[in-house]
Ligand binder design. Sequence first.
Ligand code: SF4
Length: 655
Amino acid sequence: MRYSETGFNLEIDLSRGNIERVETDPRLTELHLGGLGTNAKILWDRVPPETEPFSPDNLLIFSTGLLGGTPAPGANRTIVSTFSPQTLLMAYSMMGGFWAPELKYAGYDKLILRGKSPNLVYLWINNDKVEIRDASHLRGKGAGETAELIRQELKEPKAQVAAIGLAGENRVYMASIEQGRSSASRSGVGAVMGSKGIKAIAVRGTKDINIARPAEFIKLCNEVLKYIQDREKNPIPGVMPILAGLGSPQEMKLYDEKWHTTSFMWGNSRTRRKDFWTKENEEKWKETQESVRTRLISCYNCPMKCGATISVPGISTYMMKCYSKLTYTMAAYSDLDFGFKIAQRATEYGVDGFSTPQVMAFALELYDAGILTDQDMPGMPSDTEGKFYWLLDRIVRREGIGDVLANGTYWAAQQIGKGAEAYAHNNIKKHEQLPLKLGMLNPVYFLMYSTGEKINITQIEGQFPQEPFPTKEEREAFVKDWIQVPDEKFKQYFLDWEPRGERSNPYYPTVEMSCEIVDWMERMHYIDDALGVCSGLSSFPLKPPYHMHNYPTLISSATGIDMDEAGLTQAAKRNRTLLRAVNIRRGMRRADEKPPEDHWKKRFPELEAQLLDAYYKFKGWNNQGIPTKESLHELGMDYVAEDLEQRGIIKNEQG
Ligand code: SF4
């Protein structure tokens, strides 16, 4: 019997209309756990590296995690993997909500789509009955509207529907997949879904999941829940409000936006407004938020309520969470009221709330600089908010200049030319990043930004505080109940980290310490992404309920797999290395691993090179970031080494 997973994937060939329920190999679960890990294995095995993202040969995988749908709090992530049109590398965007647990209850661990449907269709997965249905009547509809229409059509109000909007249909590189209370937004996974001719995927499942040792597992889940409740009552002192609690940053509960509005950049990631947060603005924004926020909501089996339903008079209700509250507002130098309004339209269109505002701000900068002219922007309104709506409508339809901007700032700049490249200044690996420009180089963040392959810093960082605490007393208080550290040495690293002086950035944490800290944080993210647990309860916040010391028993009791900390560390390392190998095979190299040039004002090229060298070595990669034969062998991945060798990647570049 298979525990905690169904042991079956659902595979659909859209070109031929073939639907198969395929039994999976349990040994792969032991090696990679599931979720992201087995997604990477499937992409490695089945998609040749030269495959174009919109080719029928590219796969689009929707995966539950190994713990997804079990009583483990927050085990609800859908891990969407494919090759990204934006970065050309492996995309693994994730969404919370309810979709993945429903897929598992329908009897599948993953849905794997290949080929391309000749007509626009949607999928209806109702336990064992799976249909490909015509979606021509849904063409052009919003993502939320589509979900509602499908539920009505199927007469199944409990169906969970993941859908794309106009942006996905038109293969806009920043197109998202929306799912009621969440979305898979990064890296253009919605565009790949559109390229396959899939408008939506509706799922209803009513089966059970087997648990290996249920009593033990439930006891552990209850301990996690209790810890969450205790942390609710005891936020971390001395850090800004959004970092004090658990979950995704609680933007829908909080009104205090001093940190974001004064630390993050406005416009095309250009301007810092240190004096923005006045009493008057605070009052105004609080009133706006209270007037549109109708209800706080959670994902499946989680008490955290990170999201909210937003109802602006005259437009339909939608869901919002986290920093997307501010992205449109700050890109347009506008106010919160505008942000809440335009985000509704953007959600229905199905676009990434991080990239899209930056693309529009980038276009307006090009216009101000005379690189784009009135000829490129015929009929664009004169007010900034009008300009944003005008651009958004054209981007999702790929009309006129919108067709160029729909490819994101990196590719658009190349197409526009005339010096536009200098304005696409906030990218890593061809993808827009958070609008942050800081002072002194932070060695830990340098490594995370440079080497992360998830294309979003918030999904790499966590666990270790972002900054040193000002006083020794505060640091001592912080480390007292820091049970999550995988090794006691991390406490000392933090205790010794000072805001100024010898033991401060950029030379402290030292190169070696920085490698260890980043490795710890990354390890936790890779575990979460394989298990399908929300990082908001594990790898992202300070002092989370899930950590290296309780995960092994939780996994063992759920799955029956004999797991300890060393085994879990090895599985995470295997997944991390495999994902790197997938991207290396697609051409990624050291030259791609750098933060935006102006991310920090004070840069230290020599130190940065040392950091990269040391981190690569620490991970078992050569000085181009390519996993070595030895490290692949140690992880049981000789097949990867052989492939890289055959392609001349190891032989030619290892020396
Ligand atoms: S912590 Fe927040 S984002 Fe994560 S599962 Fe819970 S409600 Fe969803």
